[in-house]
Design a protein around this ligand. Structure first.
Ligand code: ADP
Length: 450
């Protein structure tokens, strides 16, 4: 039932009333009969009218609630538009702003009301306007444009990098009548990208410098090692028969001994630098073989026993291996042991140094424990970094380069193992190395100890 139908219904009731009136005028029936008949008709007509009125009332209610829902929906869309975190603008086909949300006004640093009626091109820097205009010309024929990056400017001409997404707004006939612009400030992203590019470039330069440094170190060490080997070899020769039995003054013998000791020390330093340079450059390769770990540990400890004896330290070896045969690089494993043991002896003035070796399933544990000066908790992680000597006084006294543990750490990791240290200042240190019993991956066959 609508308003038109209702009017028709009223007309029909009126017509009936007229008919009744006319009938009454010309009817031969007595007036009481006419009245009763008329009342009956009227009652039917009123009933119909009442029903029609109720229907109309109900429709009216429905109309009101539909209108309220529509209004609420419109309000919701308006709020979505207005409070959207990104800037939204509606312009006509000439780029004249007709509507702008809060974010757009904030981006362009102008109040929403003042924005209406302004040309969008005012917010494009002068040198970019030509490009913007040409793009506008194409806009109508184009699909929606996504992330068109262009510099924009605020009312105070402060530039920022913007990403624009543009969609055509069409009228009821489908003809373009304007554009909906999504404006996002991408300056922080652009700055982060530029920063990232600078960092990448610096990183590349750094890598190049590190590579050059490693190459230089390797080359220098190699060049230095050759003559040093000759000095060590020949001075050692002079200390052995028959030369040490020659009638030369003891003083000369003493000098030769010193030359040998110092040259050997220097050679060790050069070896360390060479190894470190190789590890840094990722050029150190492990050469694996099957060998007896118990024998290696015993022999290495015995090589260092005289150093411990010179300091009156007890040096013990404790080996518990279910299977002493392991696969690894014996030369590099010996290097790890020598470093840990000589450090333990170097940094212990009284007491003992002990090495313990055991295996747990397919892992071996090498534990080097001393009763020496210990390491402060804050320094425990630093000592594995190259050139770190944590106790300046004691290292001046003990010498060293601070490369030993850095090499050990890198070697252990290359062997897919792990190294940890427990220590307290003044209470000694315990270094634990855990390695796989069969380390074959990444190994190459011939061991060329360069
Ligand atoms: P270097 O021994 O040549 O100085 P390392 O890399 O072998 O270099 O050791 C780094 C530093 O760690 C040492 O200078 C020393 O301060 C500390 N350190 C290493 N081993 C011990 C140890 N067993 N006891 C106390 N300090 C140690």
């Amino acid at each position: 039932m609508n308003a038109y139908n209702f009017t028709q219904q009223i007309k029909a009731v009126r017509q009936r009333a007229n008919i009744l009136q006319n009938k009454a005028k010309i009817s031969p029936l007595p007036s009481s009969e006419i009245l009763s008949k008329s009342l009956e008709d009227l009652s039917v007509a009123l009933e119909e009218l009442h029903t029609a009125e109720e229907e109309l009332h109900q429709q009216n209610e429905e109309l009101i609630s539909t209108r309220q829902a529509l209004e609420a929906e419109r309000q919701r869309y308006h709020e979505l538009f207005d409070f959207a975190p990104d800037g939204y603008l509606v312009t006509d086909l000439n780029g004249k702003i007709q509507q702008a949300n809060r974010a757009a006004a904030k981006l362009l640093s102008i109040s929403q009301n003042f924005l209406n009626g302004k040309l969008l091109i005012n917010f494009i820097p002068d040198n970019e306007r030509h490009a913007f205009r040409s793009q506008l010309l194409y806009l109508q024929q184009m699909e929606p444009i996504q992330d068109w990056e262009i510099p924009m400017q605020t009312r105070e001409k402060i530039r920022f990098d913007a990403a624009l997404s543009v969609t055509v707004v069409r009228d009821d006939e489908g003809q373009p009548k304007g554009w909906l612009w999504l404006v996002r400030n991408i300056t922080p992203r652009k700055q982060a990208e530029a920063q990232m590019r600078t960092i990448q470039l610096e990183n590349l330069q750094l890598q190049e410098v590190t590579k050059l440094k490693s190459q230089f170190l390797a080359l220098m060490s190699h060049e230095l090692r050759t003559p040093m080997n000759a000095i060590v070899g020949f001075s050692q020769l002079l200390l052995r028969p028959p030369y040490n039995h020659l009638p030369i003054p003891a003083q000369v013998n003493n000098i030769v001994q010193r030359i040998f000791n110092n040259a050997k020390h220097l050679l060790e330093l050069i070896e360390d630098i060479l190894d470190f340079a190789k590890l840094e450059a990722g050029r150190l390769e492990l050469r694996c073989e099957e060998f007896n770990l118990a024998e290696l540990v015993t022999a290495t400890t015995e090589e260092l026993r005289c150093l411990a004896e010179q300091k009156h330290l007890s040096l013990s070896v404790d080996i518990h291996l279910s299977n002493p045969i392991i696969i690894n690089d014996s030369y590099r494993l010996r290097q790890i042991l020598v470093n840990l043991l000589s450090n333990a002896i170097k940094f212990t003035d009284t007491g003992s140094v002990a090495i313990k070796v055991l295996d747990i399933q397919d892992r071996i544990m090498l534990i080097v424990k001393d009763t020496g000066i210990g390491i402060a908790e804050a320094d425990l992680q630093k000592i594995f970094k190259e050139f770190r000597q944590v106790n300046q006084y004691s290292t001046r006294k003990h010498g060293g380069t601070g490369l030993g543990l850095a090499i050990v750490d890198q070697l252990v990791h290359l062997m897919k193992g792990n190294i940890t240290v427990d220590s307290k200042l003044g209470e000694g240190s315990t270094f634990r190395v855990e390695l796989p019993t069969h380390f074959e991956q990444f190994c190459i066959e011939d061991h060329e100890k360069t």
